[in-house]
Write a protein that binds this ligand. Structure first.
Ligand SMILES: Cc1cc2nc3c(=O)[nH]c(=O)nc-3n(C[C@H](O)[C@H](O)[C@H](O)COP(=O)(O)OP(=O)(O)OC[C@H]3O[C@@H](n4cnc5c(N)ncnc54)[C@H](O)[C@@H]3O)c2cc1C
Length: 480
């Protein structure tokens, strides 16, 4: 039988990973031929790390993603339409036939209706830049010189990461957010206040509950309270919208995203969708962990490696990747302290930038916000992943002291504890990789992919490698 032709639209984090996962399962192209059509001109890169490029700790070269060999990769190639009946997609230059089509078109920046922000030809006005792609990042860095006044439109996760990065470069940054508190999707108002205070202590001005009414290129943003935020550069980071245009034009079912089932299949049995553009009932879109889990499931299906593979959703944890700020949020964070159906505990220490809120249901972690207490974030996240009962001493848990100091050693982590969230790698998988001969953090990363997503697990993986080097030195050989 001739191999199936799988065409992937989008060479972002989901599309590039799917191509790699397919080649891992079918290295000799016996079962599947892969064509990837990507609109961006760059080779695959880790979008999650763009804020580190803005912050200066990474470069466009160091955020390159591994790419599959034996793939027909066409960069700078935008798909302009899908013909489901003819089973082909069209680009400006050609038509590409498929047996299986995968939409991995991600999302695009949402631009708020601020007067003057968009020109007549639909582009952002001069001096305004979105924050989504490597090209955006390069445009931001061209202008973000020390002393440059910058306004960041949007106080969500990405806006704050960009703000912190540019403040670290010496820009004079003001964040303008229409809601009364920062990161309102992931934080409650009290946590938002603690975060705002922390940002202000780092030299970032925060303007809350105000709309940017008008953009005046060169001057800045006129707010709806009449004030002006001076800015030579405006970074637009006000939210994202799943990129669903191709799918709706082709008659596929689209709600917020392209609607898929547990096989990642759309209402057309030959068309699948993964990543930010897909809408699966169990997924909060906009994060890389679901995208990469979906890529693995779909690779199992299209190569026939595991026809029973299904994607059932991903319990996500949001982390802010900004120097000097440690923030994690997960699950239901909006339950009130006097909630009738949940036990809610909350500790606030705004002067030291600390906040910890825990929501328990049936003695299990249902949600949490932890700012400035990394030990508590680690323990609570583990409990959340495992679904295990919370210790009776809730306060110790909130303070990160529920385990004796020695128990923070990797030895005491359960094997099932997820160490790298982006790639869903557990401690047990790292130990197994060590026993197969991966004897350094770099080899563990190569073997398991741990640390290759947002990178926030790097210290933990190094700790596990150090612990294993002492407990099972490589010279002793491989243990069963
Ligand atoms: C600055 C920043 C920081 C982030 N930080 C985190 C984080 O810490 N943790 C986390 O989990 N997530 C984070 N994210 C979100 C994460 O990057 C996305 O969830 C992830 O990239 C989704 O992968 P995707 O492939 O679905 O979409 P994308 O990576 O956006 O890729 C989609 C690709 O499809 C291409 N495309 C679109 N339409 C077409 C077309 N018609 N033809 C051809 N190509 C097309 C696009 O050009 C793009 O290259 C961050 C995002 C940004 C921008």
């Amino acid at each position: 039988m001739s191999p199936r032709r799988v065409v992937i639209v989008g060479h972002g984090m989901a599309g590039a990973r799917l191509a790699e996962e397919i080649r891992r399962r079918d290295p000799d192209r016996d079962r599947v031929l892969v064509t990837v059509l990507g609109e961006e001109r760059h080779r695959a890169y880790n979008r999650v790390l763009l804020s580190s490029v803005i912050g200066g700790s990474m470069t466009p070269q160091t955020i390159r993603l591994p790419e599959a060999a034996e793939v027909d990769l066409r960069l700078d190639t935008k798909v302009i339409s899908i013909d489901p009946a003819g089973r082909c997609v069209r680009t400006a230059e050609s038509t590409v036939d498929y047996d299986v089509l995968v939409l991995a078109t991600g999302s695009r920046s949402w631009v708020p209706p601020t007067e003057g922000l968009v020109t007549e030809d639909g582009e952002l006005a001069p001096g305004a830049v979105a924050f989504r792609t490597l090209d955006d990042c390069e445009r931001i860095l061209e202008r973000a010189r020390p002393g440059t006044p910058v306004a960041v439109l949007g106080g969500g996760l990405l806006g704050l990461e960009a703000a912190r990065g540019m403040a670290g470069r010496g820009c004079l940054v003001t964040v303008v957010h229409p809601v009364g508190h920062l990161m309102d999707r992931q934080l409650d108002p009290a946590a938002g206040r603690v975060l705002a205070r922390t940002l202000e202590s780092l030299g970032i001005e925060v303007r809350l509950g105000v709309l940017a009414a008008r953009y005046l290129p060169g001057d800045g943003l006129k707010l709806d309270d009449g004030s002006l935020v001076a800015a030579e550069l405006v970074v637009v980071s006000a939210g994202v919208k799943p990129e669903t245009g191709l799918a709706s034009a082709a008659g596929l079912t689209v709600d917020r995203g392209v609607v898929v089932d547990d096989s990642l299949r759309t209402n057309d049995p030959r068309v699948y969708a993964i990543g930010d553009c897909a809408q699966h009932p169990g997924t909060v879109s906009g994060l890389v962990q679901p995208a990469w889990e979906q890529a693995a499931v779909l690779a199992d299906l299209v190569t026939g490696t595991n026809p029973a593979a299904r994607y059932r959703g991903t319990p996500v944890v949001t982390r802010l990747k900004a120097r000097d700020i440690d923030l994690a949020a997960l699950g239901d964070v909006h339950a009130e302290v006097d909630s009738a159906d949940a036990e809610v505990l909350c500790l606030q220490d705004p002067a030291r930038g600390r906040y910890a809120k825990l929501v328990l249901r049936d003695d299990r972690v249902a949600g949490a916000i932890v700012i400035g207490v990394p030990e508590a974030a680690a323990t609570i996240t583990q409990l959340y992943d495992r679904g295990g009962p919370a210790p009776s001493d809730r306060l110790s848990l909130l303070l990160g002291r529920s385990l004796p100091a020695a128990a923070h050693s990797p030895a005491d982590l359960p094997a099932s504890a997820v160490v790298c969230r982006c790639n869903t790698v557990s401690k047990g998988q790292l130990v197994a990789a060590w026993r197969r001969g991966a004897h350094s953090p770099a080899e563990l990363a190569e073997n398991t992919r741990a640390t290759t997503g947002c990178g926030s697990c790097r210290d933990t993986v190094r700790g596990i490698a150090d612990w294993l080097a002492a407990a099972e030195p490589p010279s002793r050989g491989v243990r069963a």
